[in-house]
Design a binder for this molecule. Structure first.
Ligand code: ADP
Ligand code: MG
Length: 396
């Protein structure tokens, strides 16, 4: 999959241009303050690259799911936060209009006054109902804001929304930002052409949510290590005692066939941290006990296996990591992957909860080859789902 990015085209085509830059600024805000700026930080590489070329930036994002205009979901706090991060003025035009189209007409006038190096954050795209509907009226008005289209919002690229799909199609020059390019390069490699031996680690809550991910990854994996709650569905169909652990009864059939077909590739946990009135580590889960994390022998087994890999993809926490007593397996494997990364293994991590878990373990994105910001979009990409926001960038 070859997508043209801002790094691939002649800088002269970008210099001094007014850029419509679709970013993912869908960040948590409390009392008008951004409480987690991870996604904003991730867009800085693209923003800085374009500012160095003297571009004028119109930054557009959605925030949460407002139904129409609702100032509780304003991007104003984000503009302020970005201004602090960039250490320069970031303009924000407030919305007083009763509809988003009128607001955009006002912004169009202001945009013409902007000068090289100016940055403007647009109000929440989802204040317009047309955003999620890929509406042409909205698209036509957004189109008047920029001369070139750049998309760095990988986390929204699985949606056919106006700002990521219809709008992009109107531009002759429609490019991936740096974050988008990295996401596509790494995840495409995982999906289609991983460096071998390639190992995948899959955990998390439910098998049913990840059937397509499992099916796609097993094809390219030399080994697949399964942990987390979803391991109990697989253990159950193998008649291994799992006590009262969570299972996904609608996935029994799938799990059974999967294990039969790929028995030489799949590795399941061999011991567990379980809870009832007490917490303990066991090899066989007794009645009334719940499996909450992989045990220490499993951690050792997983590490031994992973030491053979040249490339690893990991999605899904290996236990209920939000509770300290059950976070050990996830943290130990995260630390081990960061060690392997230093030794030259290519490591790619994705999934909303998995990324939270590695941050909770005090590891940084730089400790791995690639940490995907996409959450649901990452899994859809790996599943082979259509990614409209990427498809539109391809044809440049
Ligand atoms: P991701 O968002 O990274 O794709 P998932 O959403 O599939 O991951 O799964 C994350 C959830 O799975 C977490 O909330 C975690 O607590 C839960 N989980 C993992 N293992 C267990 C377990 N053994 N028991 C209960 N919950 C678990
Ligand atoms: Mg999740």
């Amino acid at each position: 999959m070859k997508v043209l990015s801002i790094l691939d085209i002649d800088k002269n085509l970008l210099k001094g241009k007014r850029i419509f830059l679709r970013v993912d600024f869908n960040v948590p805000i409390e009392n008008d303050i951004v409480v987690d700026d991870y996604r904003i930080i991730k867009s800085l590489a693209t923003i800085r690259y374009l500012l160095d070329l003297g571009c004028i930036l119109i930054l557009a994002s959605h925030l949460s799911r407002p139904k129409g205009i609702n100032l509780n979901y304003s991007l104003k706090p984000v503009a302020k936060h970005l201004s602090n991060l960039l250490n320069k003025e970031v303009k924000f035009i407030e919305i007083y209009e009763s509809n988003y189209i009128d607001y955009l007409k006002k912004v169009q006038n202001e945009v013409l006054k902007l000068k090289s190096g100016d940055v403007l954050v647009l109000e929440n795209l989802r204040f317009s109902e047309g955003e999620e509907k890929n509406d042409t009226t909205l698209i036509d008005e957004l189109y008047k804001l920029g001369e070139i289209y750049v998309n760095d919002a990988f986390g929204t690229s699985h949606r056919k929304h106006a700002s990521v799909y219809g709008l992009a199609l109107k531009y002759n020059i429609r490019l991936a930002g740096i974050l988008m390019k990295n996401e596509i390069d790494y995840l495409y490699k995982v999906k289609e052409n991983p460096t071998k031996p390639f190992y995948s680690i899959i955990g998390g809550a439910k098998v049913i949510d990840k059937i397509k991910v499992l099916e796609n990854l097993i094809k390219v994996s030399d080994k697949m290590l399964i942990g987390g709650a979803m391991a109990y569905t697989f253990l159950k169909v193998k008649n291994v005692p799992i006590g009262n652990s969570l299972v996904d009864s609608e996935s029994f059939e799938f799990a059974k066939e999967f294990l039969e077909k790929y028995q030489n590739k799949v590795i399941l946990p061999i011991d567990h941290v379980v809870k009832n009135s007490v917490i303990k580590e066991v090899e066989n889960i007794e009645e009334n006990y719940l499996g909450m994390d992989i045990g220490s022998r499993t951690i050792e087994l997983f590490k031994k296996e992973l030491s053979n890999a040249k490339m690893i993809f990991w999605n899904g926490p290996l236990g209920k990591f939000e509770e300290k007593e059950f976070s050990n397996g996830t943290i130990e494997i995260a630390k081990y992957l960061s060690k392997l990364t230093k030794d030259g293994t290519i490591t790619v991590i994705g999934g909303g909860d998995t990324v939270s878990a590695i941050h909770m373990a005090n590891l940084k994105d730089e400790d791995f080859s690639h940490v995907s910001t996409g959450g649901g979009a990452t899994l859809e990409f790996i599943s082979g789902e259509e990614m409209p926001g990427i498809e539109v960038l391809k044809n440049v």
